[in-house]
Design a binder for this molecule. Sequence first.
Ligand code: SAM
Length: 248
Amino acid sequence: MSGAPAVTSAAYDADVAEIYDLLYAGRGKNFAAEADAVTRVVRDRRPQARSVLDVACGTGEHLRRLAAAFPEVAGLELSPAMCTVAEAKLPSGVVHAGDMRSFALGRRFDAVCILTGTIGYARDLDELCVTVRTMASHLVPGGVLVIDPWWSPDTFLDGHVAHDMVRDDTRTVVRVSHSTRHGPATRHEAHYVVADGDGIRHFSHVQMLTLFTRGDYLDALRSAGCTAEHLTDAGGLPGRGLFAGVLR
Ligand SMILES: C[S@@+](CC[C@H](N)C(=O)[O-])C[C@H]1O[C@@H](n2cnc3c(N)ncnc32)[C@H](O)[C@@H]1O
């Protein structure tokens, strides 16, 4: 490993796409429970919902489970490598290439969701509002927007160090990360070591995410023409909850 890692807002290249599911499985992330929570939030507000768009869908782990509850699922993803992994899992679904801040698919859905804190890639309040408005513009009237938020200024742990070590039949993957606060922004530096039959590879990424308050999310939903609720017991990580909006 040499020099400082590249700073990018989308550090989900082929190296990361290849190990993403293994890492999250090792961490115990419960994609099924999270997809169930999204389904409940949507069905409680729009029982007849048939179509759902997962924005920044990553490798499609939520989408493939949402497909059991909704006949029509689609994803949107910035990283071509993540798109490729997701598409392979979704024979009946579509994964669109696009940016959460500016996509225009030319159609509407009964529900749109954005999960695992990805909304935090919005760099400031303007981008938060634009992203929420862009997602709401893909809802039918009465459609439901579900946001699994990033940490807020009062829940983020400055200086947090995390680690994972996971294995499958052919690989061992180690990831360590260090997260720091810089005003409303958070900086996440992650280093990876992947060992397999071909040898050992190192790579690293830095990402910046923004800390928005509960009020910021609620205001962004309202300014996009939606109702706005913070659901603290509907799912999502403890201390974060889920935000839900219904397009008026
Ligand atoms: C933490 S992962 C979450 C993926 C998936 N939603 C999940 O829960 O597993 C963040 C994802 O957001 C994507 N992403 C980052 N910035 C984006 C943007 N501006 N528009 C669309 N996708 C973006 C990344 O490529 C990555 O796949």
